[in-house]
Design a binder for this molecule. Structure first.
Ligand code: COA
Length: 704
């Protein structure tokens, strides 16, 4: 028998024990082990019941996601094994703890009885990977908890608590928190009691799903919603069909429906992309030069300098995680205003039911306002979020270097400035780091962590860990203009402006980009962020000598600022606004036509959507390749995380670098060459990254 799974007798009860750290995922070895343990239990008639139990921090957390992409993957063996467990003629008890997810919950549902420790979470999160539960979860869950809740759980992917599981019949008993040995003992006792009471098998497949709250048009409506709101995703509509099969067909027929639809999901490019992101997120936490067993610094108190929109949002992240924060501002009214906005945000969340009524007060109690930088002296981490200007930020860095206690980490929230220069200004370069939050800082999942040339590995590791504690996706970037995200954004915005001058309207550009699945194209995005803010970034960069020689470079946004068209906030930018609704504005066309004339750019009456996509997205990918080549990002997957979590790039495309693999690197390079020839390769706009050429020559993909 595989050593990942064992069968042992505890007096007259068999214990099937799974031990495959870290999360007992169902690798082939584990599946084989379970099968052999069932063989053994079947043969041993001295055992009166079976307990299924897992070692370590959790019961089985799901199928092994890395197996799904293998050509010889099949779900049949596992599903048949679950069928054999369910068919056993002696009672089977699942002992649950940790995160009982996916194939883990499917295993538990094939058992006859389930008990769980109070802090257990149970769910079928496959939809988040573009999949549906493929081991009869779609058939067994409705039979245990009813059609409505089962569909909800599968479409949201969100786990439920043990208390909720007890209430809906998914588990039979909830136990107070206890260690794993105590859980095993409790499960054995439970099995003995069942035997004593003469309780036999209780097979899920033999039950009828409860149709409570299910109207005659329930499935039609659910299907319509999945096909409209989630049209880009393969799983939701198929999950609805599976649950409908569970509600209307015999178990075996539903099984066949699930098998077919699961396979369609698994093979879909969307699911491949989402599985790529799952592993990218885990890989991003592994930082070269930071040993996996490093000891993080304790962060018990955080300071934030600046109570503006950014500072307030940053502070909320820590208060949400129960970490006290001191916010420092220069003027009392600004501080008052900043804290007022934070309070309003919390109250709005509570009104929407996203927070408990008592939470706003609890979280506000963790925030202390101050007008004195010296009050940051007892903080373990201080993040400055003051105005984006090198001179101001240098002064602030210097002051923090003086004020912060020894061992404290000092961070800048700059989005463009040189972190090494600021680190030097602080006089404590080893403890200095960039923490680039994305706006709104309390909502966006991305945190770009900028590693200065002299940042101490322990400081870096601490901040990466902390990012996870506050629910962010951390991605480490080296120092360069714009770091990973904003640097790649630059050629994307450059081309969208050239396209406008050549004759494409903002609406057409946005439509073409949104057809890829981004929630907003570049014009809507900048109108929302503020064209004044965007233009100032260009101007500042120009002053620092960082712009191409081309005088038409980002000319449109600068013109917009000059004309006071700051975007949505002034009622006009690339669009005109009726309330919050953008309306195409002929004035913008006139402005762009005048700029085209000024810079000798030829106007065209027709520009295809394909050209818009290629010209905006391919140089962005090319920039990503340069970022990798220079070692600014460690992995293509890191870049994908930045775009999916910070810029709304659709997860079902896996991020720009994953998308590049699916398009074909040679095709992208050909189109870069094509535009270089057609448009002239001014300032090297279309020059291929060296890495791209090397990868094409050696037949490699970013995934390799
Ligand atoms: N298949 C393969 N590997 C898995 C896995 C799975 N289902 N679930 C977790 N892992 C791996 C992770 O890749 C990570 O590996 P690493 O240490 O080499 O990076 C390790 O297990 C720990 O996972 P991590 O997510 O870092 O730990 P966590 O404690 O924060 O979260 C879970 C644990 C189980 C909640 C989380 O990993 C998770 O949600 N897993 C996916 C569950 C799922 O979708 N199951 C259904 C699959 S169809």
């Amino acid at each position: 028998m595989s050593n990942l799974v064992t069968l042992q007798a505890h007096s007259s009860i068999g214990v099937l024990r799974i031990a495959s750290p870290p999360v007992n995922a169902l690798s082939r070895g584990v599946v084989q082990g379970i099968r052999e343990a069932v063989d053994q239990f079947e043969a041993d008639r001295s055992l009166q019941a079976l307990v299924v139990h897992a070692d370590g921090r959790t019961f089985v957390a799901g199928g092994d996601i890395s197996e799904f992409s293998k050509p010889d993957f099949e779900a049949k063996t596992y599903n048949a094994t679950l069928g054999r467990i369910e068919n056993l003629d002696r009672p089977v008890v699942a002992a649950l703890h940790g995160t009982v997810l996916g194939g883990g919950l499917e295993l538990a549902m094939a058992c006859h009885y389930r008990i769980a420790v109070r802090d257990t979470r149970l769910g079928l999160p496959e939809v988040l990977l573009g999949l549906l539960p493929g081991s009869l979860g779609t058939q067994r869950l409705p039979r245990l908890v009813g059609v409505r809740l089962a569909l909800d759980m599968m479409l949201s992917g969100k786990p439920i608590t043990a208390a909720k599981a007890l209430e809906c019949g998914l588990v039979d008993a909830v136990l107070e928190p206890m260690d794993n040995d105590a859980l095993l003992a409790a499960a054995v006792a439970h099995a003995q009691a069942l035997v004593k009471q003469g309780k036999g098998p209780r097979r899920t497949r033999e039950r009828m799903p409860s149709m409570e709250g299910v109207a005659p048009d329930f499935f039609a409506k659910a299907l319509e919603e999945a096909e409209t709101k989630k049209a880009a995703y393969p799983a939701p509509r198929r999950i609805v069909r599976c649950v409908q099969a569970a509600a209307t067909l015999p178990f075996e027929k539903g099984e066949a429906v699930e098998a077919e639809l699961f396979e369609e999901c698994r093979a879909s490019p969307q699911s491949v992309a989402m599985r790529h992101l799952f592993f990218a997120e885990r890989a991003a936490g592994k930082i070269p030069g930071v040993p996996s067993d490093f000891t993080p610094r304790a962060i018990r108190k955080v300071g934030v300098l600046g109570a503006g929109t950014m500072g307030g949002g940053i502070a909320m992240n820590f208060a949400n995680a129960g970490i006290p924060v001191t916010i420092v501002e220069t003027a009392a009214d600004a501080l008052e205003r900043g804290l007022g906005i934070v309070r309003k945000n919390y109250e709005a969340s509570a009104a929407k039911g996203k927070l408990r009524p008592e939470d706003p007060a609890k979280r506000m109690a963790l925030l202390t306002g101050s007008l004195d930088v010296a009050e940051l002296a007892d903080c373990d981490l201080v993040i400055e979020a003051v105005f984006e200007n090198m001179d101001i930020k240098k002064q602030v860095a210097k002051r923090l270097g003086e004020v912060c206690k020894p061992g404290a980490i000092i961070a800048t929230n700059t989005s463009t400035l040189d972190v090494n220069v600021l680190a030097d200004a602080s006089g404590r370069a080893g403890e200095f780091i960039g923490m680039h939050f994305f706006s709104p800082a309390n909502v966006m999942r991305l945190l770009e962590i900028v590693r200065g040339d002299r940042t101490d590995p322990q400081v870096l590791g601490t901040v990466v860990r902390l990012a996870r504690t506050i629910g962010k996706v951390p991605v480490v970037s080296g120092v360069c203009y714009g770091f990973i995200g904003n640097r790649m954004l630059e050629p994307y915005l450059r081309e969208s402006e050239f396209l406008m001058m050549e004759g494409a309207s903002p609406a057409q550009i946005d439509r073409a980009i949104q057809s890829l699945g981004l929630p907003m194209g570049p014009c809507r995005m900048l109108d929302l962020a503020g064209l004044d803010v965007a233009a100032k970034v260009v101007v500042e960069r120009g002053k620092a000598g960082g712009l191409p020689d081309d005088p038409s470079y980002r000319a449109v946004v600068q013109k917009m600022m000059e004309l006071g068209r700051f975007g949505q906030k002034t009622g006009a930018g690339y669009y005109r606004y009726e309330g919050r609704t953008p309306v195409p504005d002929p004035e913008v066309e006139r402005i762009c036509a005048a700029l085209a004339e000024q810079y000798g750019i030829a106007r065209r009456s027709e520009i295809s959507d394909q050209e818009i996509i290629e010209r905006c997205v391919y140089p962005l990918i090319n920039e990503g390749a340069k970022i990798l080549e220079e070692g600014i990002a460690y992995r293509p997957g890191d870049i994908d995380l930045v775009w999916v979590n910070g810029y709304g790039f659709p997860d079902f495309r896996g991020g720009p670098m994953h998308m590049a693999d699916t398009i074909g690197l040679d095709k992208i390079a050909d189109r870069l060459d094509h535009y270089a020839a057609e448009r002239g390769n001014r300032d090297g706009y279309w020059s291929r990254a060296t890495l791209l050429g090397e990868m094409i020559a050696s037949g490699r993909k970013f995934a390799d």
